[in-house]
Design a protein around this ligand. Structure first.
Ligand SMILES: Nc1ncnc2c1ncn2[C@@H]1O[C@H](COP(=O)(O)OP(=O)(O)OP(=O)(O)O)[C@@H](O)[C@H]1O
Ligand SMILES: [Mg+2]
Length: 597
């Protein structure tokens, strides 16, 4: 459909803002000038006409006064002379003197062709009734009649006809001059309008140029903010806009680069799972090109996690899922084990959501896990079983099954027994640790009294404590308070904390054990007066195989597995384990467990 464009619209399209502004301002200036000129010409004309009129009236009055005597005496010669003189005056076309009956006595010429002709009725009527001047206009001429009286007696009158042609001439020249001045003013107005427009539109043109550059993807120049008015505000707003645009462009480039270089696979899909974007990692892992992947459904790329129809089917209420283990289907029917996280992206209101799928190749991790498991199985079969046999045999020797060993023999057997026990503990710890790590450790929950578990742990450690000449002091604090735990695992944790406290105590020291309640949790605090834990080791206490390098206490460290196992168990039981320590003063370990009511 075409729309008819009006003339003014064509003008607007062709001229642009600047042209329109100049035309508009010029039109106003010219219109103003024309009106002003017209008014001024009119005023000047009136003034000129008035002047001429006054001059005519004055001259007529003077002539009339001069002719009084001649008229009274009917001195035609004198009268003719006077009228003749009047005729010679500037602009006078004609002059006559007439008697009281309106008869023309002289027209100033010797011939006087109008002798005895009469002035018009109207003139005669005026003369006989008034002493005032009678002024008549016709065309370019003005006739002034003045009655002449002697006292109250009417003698007649004089009648002079003036040319107004000079007035027309003067008017024309005046109009020419005024028009010229008007034209100069109009020209100056247009010039001023052009300058003004230039001043107003220059910043706008700068904005246009900068916007064009921006739209072409070129760097937009920073606009100078010269004034505090709307134009200045526009420039400021433009600068702000380009800055924000630059920021988002930079962050988008940055994001693109991150996605390009990240090792994890990133897949973006539409609401129905159609793939709309992939990063190079996806192509690398699947062996499929980007072109082929785009438009496919993510069902064809990822196997559904266990118990689900598709990957997106596994999403939670909030439209996201984390740590799903599944497989990526690579070219040639191969599968790669991956750990997947999915998040929904709610786009602007009313638009369908899309999904971001991040998948990490966990093949290597699974391989290592498998190797670990193989190693653990090997430890279990090839180390633990023979070790148990060795310890049993040594235990028998120590018990005198093979007869008296002698002092030296007994000593050696005791060393062998201690070390084999230690090795057995280590192997057991490694096995437990691995079980906890892989989530295969079974927990048998029971509701038990916490303090009775603490007592059992103290009982179990008391022989060990006696070896170090260390005593336990128990303050129950929360007798009868119940917890839901696996009692064996809980005792394992408490035993580790107690044995550590004992090991880092000096002979005759007391290890205090206190039960208390904290924010719905039951707490067991085990305090010793040992050396404390050095600052740089504090962050590593709960790491596996971490042992501080205490100079004088080094021999007291074990394998460094106890705390990592304890923490894993307490986490599983829904509690917390932490400590407070001060070098040279002592250490307190806290074990918090939710109270069961
Ligand atoms: N009460 C304590 N005072 C000072 N240091 C301690 C205390 N408890 C633990 N530590 C430090 O934390 C380390 C880790 O403790 P953890 O129980 O894990 O290992 P371990 O007792 O050395 O060996 P394991 O318990 O496996 O036989 C200890 O080696 C020791 O350096
Ligand atoms: Mg320990």
């Amino acid at each position: 459909m075409f729309r008819r464009i009006s003339g003014s619209e064509v003008l607007a399209v062709r001229l642009g803002l600047k042209g329109r502004f100049v035309v508009f301002v010029s039109a106003i200036v010219v219109a103003f000038g024309v009106v002003l000129t017209a008014l001024s010409v009119r005023a000047q004309n009136e003034r000129l006409r008035h002047e001429l009129e006054e001059r005519g009236k004055l001259l007529t009055t003077v002539i009339a006064a001069n002719t009084t005597d001649a008229l009274a005496m009917l001195e035609v010669r004198d009268l003719r002379k006077l009228i003749s003189e009047a005729r010679d005056q500037e602009n006078v076309l004609d002059a006559v003197a007439f008697d009281e009956d309106g008869r023309v006595l002289t027209d100033g010429t010797l011939v006087n062709s109008r002798r005895h002709s009469l002035v018009s009725e109207a003139v005669l009527r005026h003369v006989s009734s008034s002493q005032a001047l009678l002024v008549e206009f016709d065309g370019d001429a003005m006739t002034v009649t003045k009655p002449v009286h002697l006292g109250s007696r009417l003698l007649g009158g004089v009648r002079l006809r003036y040319s107004l042609a000079s007035l027309a001439e003067e008017q024309a020249s005046l109009a020419r001059r005024t028009a010229m001045v008007g034209a100069i003013f109009a020209l100056m107005g247009v010039l001023a309008a052009a300058l003004l427009t230039e001043a107003v539109t220059r910043p706008l043109n700068e904005v246009i140029r900068a916007t064009r550059a921006l739209s072409k993807g070129e760097p937009a120049p920073r606009l100078a903010v010269r004034t505090a008015d709307e134009v200045g505000e526009l420039a400021e707003a433009f600068n702000e806009m380009t800055r924000k645009l630059r920021d988002t462009t930079v962050s988008r480039d940055y994001l693109d680069r991150v996605l390009e270089t990240m090792g994890e696979c990133l897949v973006v899909t539409g609401p129905d799972g159609t793939i709309t974007r992939v990063n190079p990692a996806v192509c690398k892992l699947s062996g499929v090109g980007e072109d082929e992947l785009l438009g496919q459904n993510c069902r064809d790329l990822f196997r559904a996690p266990q118990g689900h129809v598709s990957l997106l089917d596994a999403l939670g209420q909030d439209g996201s899922a984390h740590g799903l283990e599944t497989e990526l289907l690579a070219r040639g029917g191969e599968t790669v084990p991956v750990m997947v996280s999915v998040g929904a992206m709610e786009e602007s209101a009313g638009r369908a959501r899309s999904y971001v799928v991040v998948a990490a190749d966990i093949g290597e991790r699974l391989r290592i896990e498998q190797q670990k498991d193989e190693f653990i199985t090997m430890v279990h079969h090839e180390v633990r079983a023979p070790l148990t046999a060795v310890r049993g045999a040594i235990g028998l020797l120590d018990g005198g099954v093979a007869g008296e060993l002698g002092e030296r023999g007994q000593e050696l057997v005791e060393i062998a027994l201690r070390n084999s026990e230690r090795m057995e503990r280590l192997v057991n710890d490694i096995l437990v640790s691995r079980k906890l790590e892989s989530g295969r450790m079974e927990f048998h929950y029971e509701k038990v009294e916490l303090m009775s578990l603490v007592e059992q742990a103290i009982d179990g450690t008391s022989t060990y404590a006696a070896k170090f000449d260390v005593r336990f002091e128990l303050s129950k604090g929360v007798p009868g308070a119940m917890v839901r735990v696996d009692p064996d695992r809980m005792i394992q944790v408490l035993t580790n904390v107690l044995s550590n406290a004992v090991r880092f105590s000096a002979p005759d020291d007391v290890v205090t054990v206190k039960g208390s309640r904290h924010d719905g949790m039951l707490r067991v605090a085990v305090s010793d007066a040992g050396p404390g834990i050095s600052e740089d080791f504090r962050d590593h206490v709960f790491e596996a195989f971490a042992r501080a390098e205490h100079d004088e206490w080094r021999h007291r460290s074990g394998t460094g597995l106890g705390m990592s196992i304890s923490k894993a168990i307490i986490d599983e039981l829904g509690g917390a384990i932490f400590f407070e320590t001060e070098l040279g003063v002592g250490t307190t370990f806290f074990v918090d467990i939710p109270e069961s009511v």
